[in-house]
Design a protein around this ligand. Sequence first.
Ligand code: GLC
Ligand code: CA
Length: 542
Amino acid sequence: VYQIYPKSFYDTNGDGLGDLNGVTEKLDYIRELGADYIWLTPFFVSPQKDNGYDVEDYYNIDPRYGTMEDFEELSREAQKRGIKLMLDMVFNHTSSNHEWFQKALAGDERYKNYYIFKKGKEDGSAPTNWESKFGGSAWEYVPEMDEYYLHLFHVKQPDLNWDNPKVRKEVQKVVRFWMSKGVKGFRFDVVNLISKDKFEDDFEGDCRRFYTDGPNIHQYLKELNAESFGQDAEIITVGEMSSTSMENCFGYAGEDSHELSMVFSFHHLKVDFMGNEKWVLVPTDFQKLKDILFSWQIGMAKNHAWNAVFWCNHDQPRPVSRFGDEGKYWKKSAKMLATIIHGLRGTPYIYQGEEIGMTNTDFTDISQFRDVESLNHYEILQQKGLSKEDAFRIIQIHSRDNGRTPMQWNGENHGGFTKGMPWIGVNENYSKVNAQSQLHDETSIFNYYKKLVALRKELDIIAYGDIRPLDVRHPSIIAYERIYGEEKMLVVCNFYKTEVVWDSGMDLKGFETLLGNYSEQKIEESKISLKPYEAMMLYRKR
Ligand code: GLC
Ligand code: CA
């Protein structure tokens, strides 16, 4: 699946915002890469407080992105190229501009029950001490009603009340509407937060336990499945699971559980956090990364459940900056990271620009950032006593805007993204890092991704094989084996720039190289010598 953040993909009318026609124009590029699906992040009518994740109207397209005709054209053109569309459904909350919320505020009881309104405490303070994921209280007071409403995200993103069957019916209707437009895939935004448990203060944790993987979650997903996408066997679905547990994912993405096809979980990306706290600077815990990645690989397989596998999306920094090397080993490390993901068991997701090794932003001032989460936390960090400089450094490293700067198409102005002024700055490195220069270069990151995608389609072992991690305690190597009948595939990657000789402990005779990021692999008996960020996929028929 290739993920597109339309706002930053390609602008066809010079207003500085990417649009649906921009996606249509670039379909051949995506076909070249080999993706079967495009996941489009929300393009519905929205005041854009959270870049479209605040939906005002689920049935119409925001004029900034185009029209329904543009969407239909995109859909037709994609189909011609054998590409299906996956839409992003944001059902944990709506925009506060949504008609339902406006009616609720106007005192209409029916619509008030679509949301989560609660009385404050005795002293008038918020019903619970929960914090919004974007900073500050998760409750907003409405004086006219003398009540608070819940917003786990932005104050303009009130949470829907899924315990109300009418809400569930509305949501099913939205999915069926897009199914009727021929859509064959859905991603469900933070969908494991829809079933809230107790509305209580949390003095022990960070309050997530009261609304994450809640009591009715599996029932609600089964119902949504039965009433909408489950009626079309061709449709694939993925749930974005915030701070979830693996046990719950056995259900969410279980072969026979009739919930979703697969899940995004994020534990493997919290390896440069302090626990759940992202606004700190700590080095990547490589051991933790491997432990999490592999425990999910094995646990999900054992329980017949399916993972989405990925390094990044529009909420994450760029992997080459985060885990690789932006400098001398830019190409090598980007390919190494790609190898790790694309050899795994699960459905790989490529986020726009990842396939050409795009890097984090080069912003030098807070005014260049756009993301509400980054801007809020920049203030919060200073309130906690950090200097402007230290707060800024943390934002630079962790901001979601790192993944949102415009796609770098070529060496022209603004990387060829727009003829106008881009809504967010293009990284100045576009003359070096751009799609055009990589398309016809056999050694490019793009062509490496293309080979990885092709290999998965060619070799059943990649799609269906079992997985066995190797030498998990090794301080710099990440290695695993895939096994499928008599066949074996070996993925071996050096996560760092120091050369290392790795003893696989097995006889490597008969293995051929499927792919590697160096032209030659040095393999002797059981040992493999790995250069900086070296990665390889080896294969033996029997
Ligand atoms: C998901 C989206 C993110 C958005 C949030 C609230 O995490 O990926 O971009 O801000 O949900 O909808
Ligand atoms: Ca535009």
